[in-house]
Design a protein around this ligand. Structure first.
Ligand SMILES: [Zn+2]
Length: 177
């Protein structure tokens, strides 16, 4: 299918195609949102031919990715918000329900397209060194383009667990609840 130069780019960046995927790579608009959308269209072919069940297990595996490497922890603000404090205390107390609520509240304050792009680039870096396989990286990057990204939640949970000086895995708490 031919894409019009002035049409919205099919990668989902919400830019005109001529400013995005139709432009020479060094002339593309590089807002975080556009870069994240282009990453998604780059990795989508890695999921071709994968059936629903396999996709489901990749998705489940993705939630645990932040346990693999610090680069997949959501970067927390320099000053801890009260919500992050509450989540950290809930981990220390082993209170899964309270952790879930606090995590949900903390998320809106720290989730941004810039942080999501950082996570996506960290996923690509781990893929390049062979720690994350291509389909798993693809599902992670597609998830990071969704409004309600599960990877953002688990990346935040893991960062808070480290901040709390904690051993029990917060993704374990998440999945249990
Ligand atoms: Zn594009």
């Amino acid at each position: 299918m031919k894409v019009g130069r002035n049409s919205p780019c099919p990668c989902g960046s919400q830019l005109k195609a001529k400013r995005c995927c139709l432009a020479e790579p060094d002339r593309r608009i590089t807002t975080p949102r556009a870069t994240l959308a282009r990453l998604q269209s780059d990795v989508a072919p890695d999921l071709a031919g994968i059936d629903r069940n396999a996709l489901r297990s990749l998705y489940d595996e993705m939630i645990y990715l932040p346990e693999l490497d610090m680069s997949l922890h959501l970067r927390l603000p320099g000053l801890r918000t009260p919500e992050i404090d509450r989540a950290a205390h809930a981990i220390t107390d082993g209170d899964g329900d309270r952790f879930d609520t606090a995590l949900h509240d903390a998320r809106s304050a720290v989730d941004s397209i810039e942080r999501r792009l950082e996570l996506a680039q960290a996923v690509i870096a781990l893929r390049e060194v062979g720690l994350v396989n291509r389909p798993l990286a693809a599902i992670a990057i597609i998830d990071l383009n969704q409004p309600d990204s599960a990877l953002v939640t688990s990346a935040l949970a893991q960062a808070i667990a480290v901040a709390a000086g904690d051993e029990p895995t917060p993704t374990g708490l998440l999945v249990a609840s």
